[in-house]
Design a protein around this ligand. Structure first.
Ligand code: NDP
Length: 455
């Protein structure tokens, strides 16, 4: 039995029966049969089902947002934003999928005609994370379904109720039985999926679990895509036009969703010429943040979703303080009950601190002084992760050189912590393999077939 608790107060929200290995095998067999019919359904009809699904997200958004907030703790308005963002992302797939899945005639004249067609992979696993269950799920299951695959969707046990809502709405939207199924379970259920002969594995989660999935499926020779964590840096150049705005934007990147975003700002480097002034602005911006019950309107910061994360964050802060960092802000009056961690700002951090090396995934940030752009570039790149990197400033040519030097899948100028459906989302190194979104995120779920025809 999986127990789902509200991180804001520890109350029991639901108990859901876990799928056994036999149940998972049965779901796989059902998916295999259902996919044979689904792949013959015209792309346009598959797209129409997803259009219905998107409309149902809108109709049900208040109930869906409340469930999401209750099970993982994000402020209610952020849960609503996630559902609205999910619909925007779906709109991209609705508009672009048919074009990128259509057969392509390469040569029609001459002795040999050449054509490319795109065929579904088959039955794929979508093993997903709890921090943005709609957004990270939709990156995978929407293009996978439009591409003609059947999907075994394993939400994190933390957001299983959201996963069950998604499955119910998929069915209401007209996705045939068996084509989209939720696997209810913990990590063991994910592991069970990796032992079945699926045709692709699409994972969002931590580097440690990503490694296990890659190892478990390596001999199978099927596509494996991994969207993993990050230790994303942000650099404030000395020519930044509006320090107050830069601090407010950087802070939002730090603490939105309680810092539980793969592309959250995890390290801030500031040019020495404006370091003290920036630190002052960060403290002022932090004092505006309201922390408390995420169901209350206008709350900025709720609890962290996994109670165990609090210990990790405490350890990172203690390590930084022991090595000479300075605590410059910690939000007062956080609720005593529930898994809250105060918004915590540390200045004068150094590269050898856990806070500057290991993914925090919480509302905490280290701010570090750098001599110049060269030092910033070195520190920003000196990490095994490679998801995003941001530069704030005025001189674009100077910033462009820094962004070119970044070994990351995404770079930002005067913005951070954002994902666009029209651009590929990919990590390098410990941040993952493969990409979702944009046209490459449509083609990731199909395999090309080359036709050489002498008729
Ligand atoms: P985990 O790696 O702990 O879990 C991810 C999923 O894998 C969950 O469904 C989990 O199940 C399942 N799982 C756990 N163990 C196994 C296993 N041995 N085999 C197969 N599946 C398993 O990550 P989190 O859920 O804690 O997510 C946070 C991480 O995700 C962060 O590192 C974050 O940066 C990253 N992330 C990356 C994104 C990106 O696009 N790059 C986007 C969002 C998050 P269960 O939870 O039920 O135990």
């Amino acid at each position: 039995m999986i127990t789902i608790k509200n991180p804001a107060d520890g109350t029991l929200l639901a108990e859901v029966t876990e799928d056994s290995k036999e149940d998972i095998l049965l779901r796989y067999e059902t998916a295999k049969g259902a996919q044979l019919l689904w792949k013959r359904t015209p792309v346009k009809d598959r797209v129409d089902c997803i259009r219905n699904f998107s409309a149902l997200l809108e109709t049900n958004k208040e109930e869906l947002a409340a469930t999401l907030t209750q099970e993982m703790g994000k402020p209610l308005q952020q849960a609503r934003n996630e559902i609205a963002g999910a619909r925007n992302r779906i709109a991209f797939f609705l508009e672009n999928s048919e074009k990128h899945l259509a057969d392509e005639w390469i040569t029609t004249g001459g002795a040999t005609q050449e054509q490319i067609s795109y065929e579904p992979l088959g039955v794929i696993a979508n093993i997903s994370a709890w921090n943005y269950p709609y957004l990270v799920g939709i990156n995978v299951f929407v293009p996978a379904l439009i591409g003609g695959n059947a999907v075994l969707y394993k939400p994190s046990e933390i957001t299983l109720l959201t996963g069950l809502h998604i499955a119910r709405l998929m069915q209401e939207a007209g996705i045939p039985e068996g084509v989209f199924q939720v696997i209810a379970g913990s990590g063991a259920a994910g592991e069970a999926l990796t032992r079945l002969p699926l045709n692709g594995y699409f994972f969002t989660g931590s580097f440690a679990t990503g490694q296990k999935i890659a190892a478990a499926t390596a001999a199978r020779m099927v596509p494996v895509q991994l969207e993993l964590g990050g230790k994303d840096p942000l650099y404030i150049m000395d020519d930044v036009a509006d320090l107050k705005k830069a601090a407010a934007d950087a802070l939002e990147g730090v603490m939105y969703n309680a810092g539980q975003s793969c592309c959250a700002v995890e390290r801030i480097y500031v040019n020495q010429k404006i370091y003290d002034a920036f630190v002052e602005e960060m403290v002022k911006a932090a004092a505006e943040i309201r922390c408390g019950n995420p169901m209350e309107p206008d709350m900025d910061l709720g609890p962290v979703s996994r109670p165990g994360q609090i210990e990790i964050l405490q350890e990172q802060v203690a390590d930084a303080l022991a090595k000479g960092a300075r605590l410059i802000y910690q939000s007062p009056d956080i609720p005593e009950k529930g898994s809250y961690f105060p918004l915590t700002l540390l200045a004068d951090t150094q590269h050898n601190m856990k806070l500057m090396q290991e993914e925090s995934f919480g509302p905490v940030i280290g701010i570090q002084r750098v001599a110049d752009d060269e030092e910033a570039v070195f520190l920003m790149n000196d990490t095994p992760y490679g998801l995003t990197a941001a530069v704030f400033g005025t001189d674009y040519d100077r910033a462009e050189k820094i962004m070119e030097a970044m070994n990351t899948g995404t770079v930002y100028f005067n913005c951070c912590d954002r994902v666009s459906a029209t651009l590929p989302w990919s990590g390098r190194g410990h941040s993952g393999v493969g990409s979702t979104l944009s046209w490459s995120g449509i083609r990731a779920f199909v395999q090309p077939k080359a036709w050489h025809l002498r008729k």
